[in-house]
Design a protein around this ligand. Structure first.
Ligand code: NAD
Length: 480
């Protein structure tokens, strides 16, 4: 059995109630739900006793995640050792966490936390998740939506669906529903990004608001990171998609200026640093880079546009935001153009790409710009080789050869540093000077000018995204 049997889960929930623990069911054991489950299971009461018995629920199709949680292992890649430590403690020591594929578990809950995915065009899958809850939940359970949804979803989809389910089951009362979006960042501070970080929330009724506030205050360090109540679930849903759109637009803005800086022969990293001294208005200005990936920044603005049109009949078009997403999607093409300009003909060459995840120091490969880049390399008749110290598997591109850094450097005709992993920042440039390497493309400012000069002295042409000043300084080398 991959998941715990319902009879066992039910019995353990009953025993937990006898010890005055409330039961929390987390729907979805992905990047958000797995760590949220562990954080809720770590919450303590006044005497230091576990406060909640947590049941994680996922689909049968994700039985491997359920099994991992029941074995106290992270079901998703994690660079934060706290994830494994929290899961281990909750599963084996306090025995306050169990996982199952059985949706009847929703019927055991005082609080149901919804952490399923909502993809572009994914309303039907999301509705199936809410349907499962409606069929089993008890009438006084709080349903807390943490999934990033199109604005309006909680009010226009979740509320009517749960009302209809209550009516069909002959349950009285109004379903208790709240929305509080996640800001989890699955890097080295993965657990802290849930447990020790600000939250905004809103609810569909005063009672739901009170329940959501109490629940969040009992699992998150709201003494240090106070909760913020927003006026409606629509506001809370909009806040999340705006927050990510803000980030996406800033990245696109700097990409446009990256192209200009290269043509003007100036170093945009240096310029950005000189602007960022204006604290409060300019200190989070973005730096040039390779591209945007991950699950959220690539889709949330589209969810926003869809909700605005579909639920509110608004004809507002988020044109600046959506064109930023297009710019970001095409960003890896620019690095490819730099590579092609440096090498000339690519056919038959091997190109080492250092970095597969979409972000520094994480192992998440979803929508990684390295995938887009490798496709461009293949279309040009060359072979991509990839190396990433954090990525064990690349499910989106299983056919691409994964190599150690040394093997890649020994084989490659060019190296592209795509991700600002700590391990790459510490690299001695001599490690990149393979026998066939003709150019190194630095997309992440991992090569200060002195390291680039050392490479150039070794006969290798350094090229940098946003590093216009290298163009005049480092001519193409004559390596075959
Ligand atoms: N990953 C992040 O860094 C991050 C950060 C903030 C917010 N979010 C948002 O949180 C939500 C979840 O994201 P994620 O990264 O955890 O996604 P994910 O794909 O890693 O996990 C979602 C999980 O939900 C499960 N699921 C789907 N339908 C289900 C159902 N009917 N019943 C039970 N389980 C079901 C899936 O099998 C999967 O394991 C998304 O809305 C995302 O935008 C993600």
């Amino acid at each position: 059995v991959s998941g715990a049997d319902f009879a066992i889960v039910e019995e353990r929930a009953r025993a937990a109630r006898e010890r005055s623990m409330a039961v929390v069911v987390v729907q979805g054991l992905g990047f958000v739900g797995a760590v949220m489950s562990a954080v809720v299971a770590a919450a303590r009461g006044a005497q230091g006793e576990p406060r909640y018995f947590v049941v994680g629920v996922d689909l049968a199709a994700a039985a491997d995640k359920v099994r991992a949680v029941n074995e106290g292992r992270p079901p998703v890649p994690s660079a934060d050792p706290q994830v494994a430590a929290y899961l281990q403690r909750a599963v084996n020591d306090t025995r306050s966490l169990v996982a199952t594929c059985d949706p009847r578990a929703y019927g055991l809950a005082d609080v149901i936390v919804v952490d399923v995915n909502f993809d572009i065009g994914g309303l039907d899958a999301f509705k199936r998740a809410i349907q499962d809850i409606g069929e089993h939940m008890s009438a006084n359970a709080l349903v807390l939506i943490e999934t990033t949804v199109p604005p309006g979803t909680t009010r226009e989809v979740v509320l009517p669906m749960l009302r209809a389910a209550f009516a069909a089951r002959g349950l009285g009362g109004e379903p208790l529903i709240a929305h509080s979006y996640e800001r989890v960042t699955p890097g080295r501070n993965y657990v802290a990004s849930v447990e020790r970080f600000w939250r905004s929330y809103a609810a569909e009724s005063e009672e739901a608001e009170r329940r959501a506030r109490n629940f969040l205050a009992s699992v998150i360090r709201t003494d240090a990171f106070p909760l913020r109540r927003l006026e409606s679930t629509v506001a809370s849903e909009l806040a999340k998609v705006l927050e990510n759109s803000y980030r996406a637009v800033n990245i696109a803005l700097i990409h446009e200026w990256t192209l200009a800086a290269e043509d003007l022969g100036v170093n945009l990293f240096d310029i950005v640093d000189s602007i960022a001294v204006r604290r409060g208005t300019h200190d989070n200005i973005r730096k040039p880079g390779f591209g945007v990936g991950g699950y959220c920044l690539t889709k949330d603005s589209h969810l926003a546009q869809w909700g605005i049109a579909s639920f509110f009949g608004s004809d507002v078009r988020l044109s600046l935001t959506l064109s930023a997403l297009e710019v970001n999607e095409r960003m890896p093409e620019h690095t490819f153009d730099l590579l092609a300009a440096a090498l000339g003909e690519l056919r038959g060459l091997e190109i080492l790409v250092a970095g597969v995840s979409y972000l520094h120091d994480v192992a998440d490969t979803r929508n990684s710009p390295t995938a887009t880049f490798c496709t461009l390399v293949e279309q040009a008749g060359a072979t991509p080789l990839v190396h990433d110290p954090l990525v064990q598997e690349w499910p989106e591109r299983p056919h691409v050869a994964r190599v150690s850094l040394d093997e890649g450097v020994a084989r490659a005709h060019a190296i592209v540093v795509a991700v600002r992993h700590q391990a790459f920042l510490e690299l001695d440039p001599r490690r990149l000077a393979g026998p066939r390497v003709r150019c190194v493309v630095d997309t992440q400012d991992i090569l200060p000018d002195a390291k680039a000069a050392a490479l150039h002295a070794a006969g290798i042409h350094p090229v940098g995204v946003g590093k216009g000043h290298w163009k005049a300084r480092f001519a193409k080398t004559a390596r075959p």
